[in-house]
Design a protein around this ligand. Structure first.
Ligand code: CA
Length: 225
């Protein structure tokens, strides 16, 4: 499940974001989240998602329209608007912002996933999309080679260690709970003790030492710097 397309969900309503997240991940997408426009733009720049799901009514200075406009100045990433009102639909249609599609709230999760898949199919015809290579300091995670290395030296990892490391690297800067890490690296169907995460984190720390800038967030989980 870790190899699916990466979708950025820009949505300030945590209930909607949770639902979208859940369904996308159920369908083998990977997700990252942003709660406002500025964070969303930064996430597109830093993480290069394959698609952006963009709420229109966002807190802060930038609404969804602004975000789309700024995105289009520098990125071809497909955008699907999530609209809450008819007048927003009219503006999406009218402004020719370069959005690829829109869904109206309330939408069914199935409809949303179908739209996402359709837009990705269309856009992947345009650009070849290879697996990523993540660099964090001198630590490199290469999805193509399925390998992690430090200063060019490959580090031997078990499959779980690799999946966990990739989940952390992909969500760097964000605090992830043990449950989220289990979902990301072990899969949502996996049932087991959350301390499994701690065990694997210990193993990663032992293998990477100071090359792994991984903080324990007390009472919550972990964050990759
Ligand atoms: Ca909103």
């Amino acid at each position: 499940m870790i190899d699916g397309p990466l979708v950025l969900v820009v949505e300030d309503d945590p209930n909607i974001a949770d639902l979208v997240d859940l369904y996308l991940r159920k369908n083998d997408f990977r997700t990252i989240r942003a709660v406002d426009g500025a964070t969303g733009l930064a996430a597109v720049r830093d993480r290069r998602p394959d698609l952006v799901l963009l709420d229109i009514g966002l807190p802060g200075d930038l609404d969804g329209f602004d975000v789309c406009q700024q995105l289009r100045a520098s990125s071809e990433v497909p955008v699907i608007f999530m609209t809450a009102r008819d007048d927003e639909v009219d503006r999406v249609m009218g402004l020719k912002l370069g959005a690829d599609d829109y869904v109206s709230k309330p939408f069914s999760p199935r409809e949303l996933v179908a739209r996402v898949e359709a837009v990705l199919r269309r856009s992947s015809a345009d650009k070849p999309d290879g697996p990523r290579r993540h660099e964090v300091g001198d630590l490199v995670v290469d999805e193509m080679a399925h390998e992690a290395s430090v200063g060019g030296q490959s580090v031997e990892l078990t499959r779980r260690e690799y999946d966990l490391l990739l989940a952390l690297v992909e969500h760097r800067g964000l605090t992830l709970s043990r449950r989220q890490l289990l979902d990301l690296a072990w899969g949502t169907d996996w049932i087991g003790d959350e301390r499994t995460v701690d065990v694997h984190v210990r193993q990663l720390r032992a293998k990477f030492d100071h090359h792994l800038d991984l903080r324990t967030v007390r009472g919550t989980g972990y964050r990759m710097a």
